[in-house]
Design a protein around this ligand. Structure first.
Ligand code: PLP
Length: 394
């Protein structure tokens, strides 16, 4: 007798969630021996010792009880101060912040807070693929902008066109910059022009700024400094402080919005462990310089990798942020991104992510993560060169 006779059918929401192509590809290559993975958005650094010491101390203080759901006041205050100092975020009260289980939870909580079933969310594609299932769970509708014709940037014109052509009411737009997968960032002029359109259409703006620490050629500017009343900022410590496994994120926004999002957060997660919140507070105070060294290393890797890839025939714009290179496959390969990435993984022993994981318009691209050690990157480039030479001599 199968389980199906005893249990209720699974909900359509979960059954129909958009397939995560990124996860599928990772599974496909997971069994390949001696594979170098340039697939992860995972900083290859250890957590700063000051943060670790604070967490150990917090364990010894017996902080094993439920923490405050919205986030410990000390951490929320540290977050306000840090993001004010870094990016001039306009929030002044700890009731403008929620501490979430990474930006991942923040995305889900904000989608659920803002979107009623059937509401449209503009997402510029290519895009971080985890937004799709979150949108499905919130019963929102995707209103897509293909950014490829505009050098992977959202423009006021493309927003206007998306709104005019949408067959659902458009409630919000999601921006992610520095961008995963393209590495694109925006200038003040570009953001001001976008803010004017968002204002005109009274759109909520969900600004995923998780890579804000990693801008190489210009300072990060938060949209919240331009339209605070409509912007919800998502940020966290995964990338800035190499704390992916500790799962600390923040939602910043107007108090009424935060009050509603807090109800969702309380249901989804209740609270983050106090020990980790204590470590996070140290990350944003005593260890606020920790991201600087990592940023300098990422920049050096980017500056080395870009010409190496260009020499091999990849076509790309130098990314100005995050730790990804989004590159068009050499034209003489004649492969799409999926075939190229699969063959490179099986025959060249280097894994990169096919561009179709981020949008159907970027099938001829791959994403290469340079969140890997210098040694790993050097070996990967040697292997890619050897693989391409073999292909070209076939
Ligand atoms: N947002 C973007 C754009 C990302 O690339 C990632 C992780 O790769 C996340 C959110 C998830 O971050 P977190 O570890 O804080 O959940």
């Amino acid at each position: 007798m199968s389980n199906a006779e005893f249990v209720q059918p699974l909900s359509d929401t979960v059954m129909n969630m958009t397939e995560d192509k990124l996860t599928d590809f990772q599974k496909l290559v997971s069994g390949i021996p001696d594979l170098i993975r340039l697939t992860f958005g995972e900083p290859g650094f250890n957590v700063d010792q000051r943060i670790k010491d604070r967490m150990i101390q917090s364990i010894n203080e017996n902080n094993s009880h439920y923490a405050i759901s919205q986030g410990e006041p000390e951490l929320r205050q540290a977050a306000l101060d840090y993001f004010k100092e870094k990016y001039d975020l306009p929030y002044t009260d700890i009731d403008n912040v929620i501490v979430t289980q990474g930006v991942s939870e923040g995305i889900n909580a904000v989608f659920m807070t803002l979107l009623n079933p059937g509401d449209g969310l503009i997402m510029p594609e290519p895009v971080y693929s985890a937004y799709y299932p979150a949108l499905d769970l919130a019963h929102g509708k995707l209103v897509s902008i293909n950014t490829r014709p505009d050098d992977f940037k959202v423009t006021p014109e493309s927003v206007e066109t998306a709104i005019a052509n949408a067959d659902v009411p458009v409630k919000a737009i999601l921006l992610n910059y520095p961008n995963n997968p393209t590495g694109v960032t925006y200038s003040l002029e570009e953001l001001e022009a976008l803010a004017a359109v968002f204002k005109k259409h009274k759109l909520w703006v969900i600004s995923d700024e998780i890579y804000s620490e990693l801008t190489y050629d210009q300072a990060h500017i938060s949209l919240a400094t331009l339209i605070p009343e409509q912007t919800i900022v998502l940020n966290g410590l995964s990338k800035s402080h190499a704390m992916t496994g500790y799962r600390i994120g923040f939602i910043f926004g107007e108090k009424t919005l935060i009050e509603e999002a807090q109800k969702v957060h309380e249901t989804l997660t209740f609270a983050l462990p106090k020990v980790i919140q204590d470590g996070a507070a140290t990350a944003l105070t005593d260890a606020k310089d920790a991201p600087n060294e990592m940023k300098a290393i990422y920049k050096r890797r980017r500056d080395w990798l870009v010409p190496e890839l260009e020499k091999m025939g990849f076509i790309l714009d130098k990314p100005t942020g995050a730790f990804y290179i989004f590159a068009k496959i050499p034209l003489d390969m004649g492969d799409d991104g999926y075939a190229f990435a699969k063959n490179l993984a099986f025959n060249g022993k280097v894994a990169v992510i096919p561009g179709e994981s981020f949008s159907s318009a970027t099938k001829d691209y791959i994403r290469i993560s340079y969140a890997a050690s210098d040694e790993t990157l050097h070996t990967a480039i040697e292997r890619m060169q050897a693989y391409l030479t073999t292909r070209r001599n076939e």
